[in-house]
Write a protein that binds this ligand. Sequence first.
Ligand SMILES: NC(=O)c1ccc[n+]([C@@H]2O[C@H](COP(=O)([O-])OP(=O)(O)OC[C@H]3O[C@@H](n4cnc5c(N)ncnc54)[C@H](OP(=O)(O)O)[C@@H]3O)[C@@H](O)[C@H]2O)c1
Length: 249
Amino acid sequence: MQIVIIGSGNVAYHMAKSFTLNGISLAQIFGRNEKELNKISEELHIPYSAEQLKDADLYIICVSDTSVEEVSKLITQKNCLVAHTSGSLPKEILAGDYRKASFYPLQTFSKSKDLEYGKIPFFIEAENEEDKKILFKIASEISENVMESSHEKRKYIHLTAVFACNFVNHLFSRAKEISDSQEIPFEYFLPLIDETVQKIHEIEPKMAQTGPAVRNDKRVLQLHEQLLQDESLEIYKTMNHSIQKMYEL
Ligand SMILES: NC(=O)c1ccc[n+]([C@@H]2O[C@H](COP(=O)([O-])OP(=O)(O)OC[C@H]3O[C@@H](n4cnc5c(N)ncnc54)[C@H](OP(=O)(O)O)[C@@H]3O)[C@@H](O)[C@H]2O)c1
């Protein structure tokens, strides 16, 4: 089966790497960013092009959500399967006269960070059983955790991921701003951060909450508010409000 990956960003790189490491050969990596394509091609030994899209049986589009539709029009072939990797777009956003699917890996991908691919949940949606089988087979070569998901469900999977990953990471960035402002090494906080994440493998997040808001310690809450300004102050107040609502304080 001829497989082409489209894109040269974080997901394209990790998809290409996970395919290659698991012995799934790629006919091409295609995109518009020649420099990035060249880097991926050199590392993973996959042919690349920024000009001529190869004919293939399966295309996996890994470009920004806002460009998926536009990029999907570059595939003019009819007898092929095309999947995108977005958590929130329907497969129908793909705009050609081919079979459409979604191939969503639930993980946070950055090129500079190695990943273990074997446990990444993959969510698959396709038009027919045959295509589902093709995508299940490929994803199962990479991961032991492959499931089917409708677009309706996938939207909520992605939304949950935004809270559980993107927002949490943003709070790490805000936390680092505060520690940097006082020249406190952020490394001091890594054991705390690791334990916060490890803990919810064993305890429900709601049971694991600690801190001044859940203790309803008004004196500390007030003191912290005096130390903050702008966005960080707004976030602090919103988070405390949310915690206190959840625990009916
Ligand atoms: N990152 C994650 O953790 C993650 C996880 C699961 C799913 N996803 C999904 O995977 C997809 C790709 O995300 P990503 O994180 O890999 O994005 P990214 O790192 O920002 O890379 C986006 C890629 O899309 C290309 N692109 C954007 N507009 C284009 C256009 N008009 N024509 C051709 N190429 C275009 C970019 O090329 P240039 O370099 O030239 O801009 C780049 O190669 C998205 O649908 C995203 O929702 C992401």
